[in-house]
Design a protein around this ligand. Structure first.
Ligand code: ADE
Length: 228
């Protein structure tokens, strides 16, 4: 079973995405355990201060090292972590390959930064991996942490109803997906391709393969180049 601990100073942000649909069911089925920890619970001062001004001046606040160190040490005393991941735009880009890799882990600890970032000593002393969800700056690491969790949890065996559906996802085989349709077969004169209504499943499979390749060549030729 995969266990994911998330450290944040805005725990309320996680309530929605983890309490519905696939992520909710995966937790209920005991396929993943997700625990959110409030950094403020690991402060020792009266104001429960998790951030402070940067030494040397500059804009923005910096997450302090002590509460994060206390939280990580507390969690590490309960289980060994395969990876301690800090979400930052400076990290390795999240892609399907990394999601697959993380889905094979047993214990992950995610640190969602906020404000201007975290004290460098957190990264030097505790963090083993840094992950970005893309070349743009969000206001905190919470949304990226949720994106990572979603991408990883749906890969766990038993999470998706149809056992094969994660394997047929876009990117899993390095190609985009072929077009899909459902009823009606004719929408205002726009018809579903005849082949899909034909019942010839071998031909349908071949058509889907061709379409997936064609679509990838048109929209994401870089994915085909990567395969070489
Ligand atoms: N924190 C802020 N922006 C981010 C990004 N793009 N990826 C990961 N963490 C972030």
């Amino acid at each position: 079973m995969l266990r994911i601990d998330i450290l944040t100073c805005v725990p309320a942000l996680f309530a929605g995405p983890f309490s519905h649909s696939i992520l909710k069911r995966a937790q209920e089925k005991g396929l993943v355990q997700i625990a959110i920890h409030d950094l403020r619970d690991f402060t020792t001062d009266r104001h429960q201060q998790v951030d402070d001004y940067p030494f040397g001046g500059g804009a923005g606040m910096v997450l302090k090292v002590e509460p994060i160190a206390a939280a990580i040490r507390h969690l590490q005393s309960q289980r060994p972590y395969d990876r301690l991941i800090y979400l930052t735009p400076e990290g390795r880009h999240l892609d399907q390959h990394l999601a697959n890799e993380l889905s094979l882990c047993q214990n992950l600890l995610l640190l969602a930064g906020h404000y201007k970032g975290v004290d460098q000593r957190v990264r030097d002393l505790f963090i083993t991996h840094e992950v970005s969800i893309g070349d743009y700056v969000l206001s905190g690491g919470e949304l990226p942490a949720m994106v990572l969790v979603d991408a990883v949890v749906r890969l766990l065996p038993g999470v998706l109803g149809d056992e094969t559906s994660a394997l047929t996802d876009s990117f899993q085989d390095g190609l985009l997906e072929p077009p899909i349709y459902t009823r009606p077969a004719d929408f205002e004169g726009h018809r579903v391709p005849d082949i899909l209504l034909s019942g010839h499943f071998a031909q349908i499979d071949r058509w889907r393969d061709e379409q997936a390749y064609e679509k990838t060549r048109r929209l994401r030729p870089d994915l085909l180049a990567d395969a070489d």
